[in-house]
Design a protein. Structure first.
Length: 322
């Protein structure tokens, strides 16, 4: 292949701005077809985004001869099914996070990529953005000194109607909002510090607003003995909302949110803000790397084995994996 011609399975909200337009803005890449079960919505998306083909059947898109790579942006409960179907058609896959409903499904996807000799990348796209690349460089270049601790605190108030969404239906999402948002956060910790040595945690349903757990804690030792604590609370009032990651070292501290912009670096008692330009399509840097990987021009920016580690961490924290 000298160009990646994409088909999207699940052209919903996540593809409107975050990812969809980027497939036509990256070199050696184009978007040829989209699929959604509701054919009216699929046709509407195709017309608005100037995509030539649209489908309401995933297998029809997968077997389109003009498409040579598949982006799966459906809820997690169909990731494994569509990934393996794409592999059987001989096509590489870029799949949304979380990689699957659970680590068992994720492992089968990894094994299928090896069985069918098809490439698989996972959309932990923050690891390709300039802000997080700079944070990783500061850590790896010893700017902070020896890393003493890392902590994530995410607190969000329940939003009206959230109980009716698939994101808090474990049979579709794998869990609750923790499963929707924590993959980005835990993947960054993996990206910064290396594989976990131990993972402990707990989860519970405090708010009783829906059936999924809404309060999760984690204690993890990453890489070279970096202790990490995480707290995810989706039961608080709006005035207590928080999105903060804090990494402390012997020489300094980094403080930054993960889901909004900003980063503060403190060294020798002096704090400065690090500024990064906004990214119109937040997945574009990642998609560029995935395209290069599929064309044998670069490494896999987020492999199935790395994403499996994230799924295993989540399963252990929530008591689904011993």
């Amino acid at each position: 292949m000298d160009k990646i011609v994409w088909g999207i399975i699940g052209c919903g909200n996540v593809t409107e701005v975050k990812s969809g337009p980027a497939f036509n803005k990256v070199a050696n890449s184009s978007l040829a077809a989209v699929m959604r079960r509701d054919k009216t919505l699929a046709q509407d998306y195709a017309q608005r985004h100037h995509v030539k083909k649209w489908y309401s059947n995933a297998n029809a898109l997968i077997n389109d001869r003009d498409v040579n790579a598949i982006y799966i942006a459906t809820p997690p409960n169909s990731h494994e099914q569509y990934t393996i179907a794409a592999f059987k058609a001989g096509k590489p896959v870029y799949v949304e996070k979380p990689m699957a409903l659970n680590s068992s499904e994720a492992r089968r996807m990894l094994e299928a990529s090896e069985k069918y000799s098809c490439k698989l990348s996972v959309a932990h796209y923050r690891r390709a953005q300039p802000r997080f690349l700079e944070i990783r460089n500061l850590i790896r270049n010893n700017t902070l000194g020896e890393i003493l601790s890392a902590e994530i605190r995410l607190s969000q108030a329940p939003t009206p109607g959230v109980a009716d969404t698939w994101r808090v239906n474990p049979s579709i999402s794998g869990g609750g909002l923790f499963h929707d948002l924590a993959p980005h956060q835990l993947d960054l910790m993996l990206y910064f510090f290396g594989e976990p040595k131990s993972v402990k945690g707990s989860s519970s349903n405090r708010g009783k607003n829906y059936q999924a757990d809404d309060y999760v804690t984690a204690d993890i030792i990453f890489g070279d003995n970096v202790p990490f604590k995480g707290t995810w609370d989706y039961t608080i009032t709006p005035d207590k909302e928080l999105d903060l990651c804090e990494i402390k070292g012997t020489k300094g501290t980094l403080r930054f949110p993960i889901f909004t912009d900003g980063c503060q670096l403190t060294l020798e008692g002096l704090t400065k803000d690090l500024h990064f330009p906004p990214i119109p399509h937040v997945q574009q840097p990642m998609i560029e790397q995935v395209v290069n990987y599929f064309l044998n021009k670069g490494p896999n920016p987020c492999s199935a084995s790395e994403a499996l580690i994230v799924m295993e961490m989540m399963d252990r924290v929530c008591g689904k994996l011993k």
